[in-house]
Structure formats: structure tokens, C-alpha cells
Write a protein that binds this ligand. Structure first.
Ligand SMILES: Nc1ncnc2c1ncn2[C@@H]1O[C@H](COP(=O)(O)OP(=O)(O)OP(=O)(O)O)[C@@H](O)[C@H]1O
Ligand SMILES: [Mg+2]
Length: 340
């Protein structure tokens, strides 16, 4: 199903093709990711959204090589990567870096901030003097002052500062791809904005491709160029963030958006039935959203909808896409902002 890969003029930095990931075996199999394709260019932020359990982190782990896919490939600059991280060469490991939700837990508590950031450089054989200069530069990049925080330990700085330190450490090896998995979810809203600004600046200035994972649509809207909506390991919809979120083509995207409270506006129609999502332990057939979808027909159970392009950069996997979006999507070029 290579048609589900969004075409790029230049070679994409990162591609995921027809990815399938399962956990366990036999009756206990969890179908976590079921045929997902993504493509990212340098300087682009792609957000992965979807409920808890939709497979966001599993996709990230497959990209990094921490889980082995049942099918599909991860390509870095067009080159197929070994499924397991240990089988990837040092350079490609350094090229894909990840920032996690819990910043303090992902730093070494016994090392200072400077030592934490310097560690990946030391592992690469960068000399002491150069390391020192580079650490200052990295701290500067994330808006922290080496003289103020450099000698402190992770436990002695705030959560937002610790997250900026983990970002600096992830950038130490000049990665082509930065994965941020719920990287601001644990932070206070006021601190989130600072960290998001840092991430946005890095994507612009360092020209990295960022895979940004979040369940928070407001955050996603703020930070990403492209959004990919996942439901139970299937890609429902993908396209320019503003266009997708302002006029969803998939009923699940519409339901996710309806669930976001807006100040002064009462929560609208949830846009889906109150059925529980199907168990990830059942081998998926048809559309994974059909039990919750108000527009589902027999076709949705019989046949999995293929990702169909409904605009230049916009794809939807639905047999009965929302008409409003289908109409809006036709004339909309890849610029942001679909007509209302
Ligand atoms: N190591 C594992 N063993 C068994 N099942 C797993 C494992 N890791 C994830 N899963 C299952 O795979 C599915 C996808 O999980 P994943 O963590 O990728 O979801 P997520 O979208 O990141 O959710 P969240 O928003 O809660 O972080 C879930 O059903 C989850 O329970
Ligand atoms: Mg997760």
C-alpha cells in the first residue's frame, strides 16, 4: 500500500512504510500498529495524535528500533534501517533521537546538567575542550544558561528546565530526526509554552524532522505542520494540521476535535456512539472506528478503507468521509487554513 505514503519532492528524511507491530502471540496478541505509512521532510514537524493505546509510542519505538515490526520498514534518507537498534550502525542511531515524557527520569541523577549533555559527545570521542564549548552552545539553543544550571543535578532544576536539558542532550549528536513522545504532557501549561517554543525553534534552525506525539490537540495545533490521526493502530487521516483540524474528513478526527473544550463554548455533540473501542487483541478487519462511528455501514465492517488522497497533501481512510471536508479539501492547496 505504497499509495498511503505522502509523496515528497525531495527524499524524505524519515519514512515508515506499511508498519505493523504486534505484541505477544496466539490468543494474547495485541495488534498495536496495523499498516501505517508516514513520511517526513527536514524542517517539518509531524504530529501523531490519537487516544491512549492508539499506537503512537509503538510507532516511535519502531522508528528508534526498540520494538521489532511484524511487517513494514523504517527508512532514513531512503535507506532501510535494521529492525533492532543494536543492529543499526552508530551514525544512524545518533541520527534518530528521542525525548520522553518524564524529563527528570530520563537524565542521569548523579551527573550534572553539563555532564548529562556531554555524555553522548564523550561516547563519540569528542575531546574535552570541544565538549565544553558544544555543551554551552546546546544549552544556549534550549534557552538555558550554562553558568546558572550547568553544575546542578537533574533533581535541582525544574521540570521544564530538565526537559530542556533532555532536548539539549538529544541534539548533541546533531540528529536528523527528533522524536518527542508526550514531551510536554507532564509540564505545567505555562512551562509547556516555553518548551514548545524551544522545539519549534530547533526544527527551524537545525532543520531536523520532528515526530511530535501528543494527545493534546491544542499543543499539536501550536507545534506541527502535518498531523496524522491514529485509531487503534490505523491511520485515519493525515494532512496539513490547520486544514485537518479545522475541517476533519474522518469522523474520528471530528470526534477528537469535538472533545476539546473551548472557553465559553459548551461541549458539542461527541460525534460518535458511546460504544467502547474494539479490543486491540482482536485481529483488525474493516475500519477500526466503525463501532463508534455514526456514519458506519456494512461496507465499513467488510472492507478496510484505503487511505485516499482528498487534497494535495491530504489523505483520509474512510468509506464515507465528511462531506464538508471533502468539499473544502478539493480546492485547498498545501497552504494552511481550509475555507470554513
Ligand atoms: N510491551 C508491550 N506489551 C504488550 N502490549 C503493549 C506493549 N506496549 C504497548 N502495548 C499495547 O499496544 C497498544 C498501543 O500502545 P502504545 O503505547 O503505542 O499507545 P499510545 O498511543 O502511545 O498510548 P498513550 O497515549 O497511552 O501513550 C496498546 O494496546 C498497548 O496496551
Ligand atoms: Mg504513548
Amino acid at each position: 500500500m505504497t499509495e498511503s505514503t505522502i509523496a515528497a519532492e525531495d527524499i524524505p528524511v524519515l519514512e515508515v512504510t506499511d508498519l505493523e507491530v504486534r505484541f505477544g502471540s496466539g490468543g494474547a496478541t495485541v495488534y498495536a500498529v496495523n499498516g501505517v505509512s508516514l513520511s517526513m521532510r527536514a524542517g517539518e514537524t509531524l504530529a501523531l495524535v490519537g487516544e491512549s493505546g492508539s499506537g503512537k509510542s509503538t510507532i516511535a519505538k519502531a522508528v528508534v528500533g526498540l520494538v521489532e515490526p511484524a511487517a513494514g520498514e523504517v527508512l532514513l534518507r531512503g535507506r532501510t534501517q535494521a529492525a533492532q537498534r543494536v543492529h543499526r550502525d552508530k551514525a544512524t542511531r545518533a541520527d534518530i533521537q528521542m525525548v520522553f515524557q518524564n524529563p527528570v527520569g530520563s537524565l542521569n541523577p548523579f551527573m550534572t546538567v553539563e555532564q548529562n549533555i556531554a555524555e553522548p559527545l564523550r561516547n563519540r570521542g569528542v575531546g574535552k575542550a570541544e565538549r565544553g564549548a558544544r555543551v554551552r552552545e546546546l544549552l544556549d539553543m534550549v534557552g538555558l544558561d550554562a553558568d546558572t544550571v550547568g553544575a546542578r543535578r537533574p533533581g535541582q532544576i525544574s521540570g521544564g528546565q530538565a526537559q530542556r536539558v533532555s532536548i539539549a542532550r538529544a541534539l548533541a549528536t546533531e540528529p536528523a530526526v527528533l522524536i518527542a513522545d508526550e514531551a510536554v504532557s507532564a509540564l505545567d501549561v505555562s512551562v509547556q509554552a516555553t518548551v514548545l517554543n524551544v522545539l519549534r525553534r530547533i526544527v527551524d534552525q537545525q532543520n531536523v524532522a520532528m515526530l511530535f506525539i501528543s494527545h493534546d490537540l491544542a499543543v499539536v495545533r501550536n507545534v506541527s505542520d502535518t498531523v496524522a490521526v491514529l485509531h487503534l493502530g490505523q491511520l485515519c487521516e493525515i494532512g496539513p494540521t490547520e486544514a485537518v483540524l479545522s475541517a476533519p474528513a474522518h469522523h474520528y478526527t471530528a470526534a477528537l476535535r469535538a472533545a476539546v473544550p473551548e472557553p465559553g463554548v459548551p461541549l458539542g455533540d461527541p460525534g460518535m456512539t458511546d460504544a467502547d473501542p474494539p479490543s486491540p487483541r482482536i485481529k483488525p478487519t474493516g475500519c477500526s472506528f466503525r463501532d463508534r462511528c455514526l456514519a458506519a455501514t456494512a461496507l465499513c465492517a467488510a472492507e478496510r478503507p484505503a487511505l485516499t488522497m482528498v487534497g494535495p497533501d491530504r489523505g483520509v481512510a474512510c468509506h464515507h468521509p465528511l462531506e464538508r471536508a471533502a468539499r473544502a479539501a478539493d480546492p485547498v492547496p498545501s497552504t494552511l487554513g481550509a475555507p470554513a
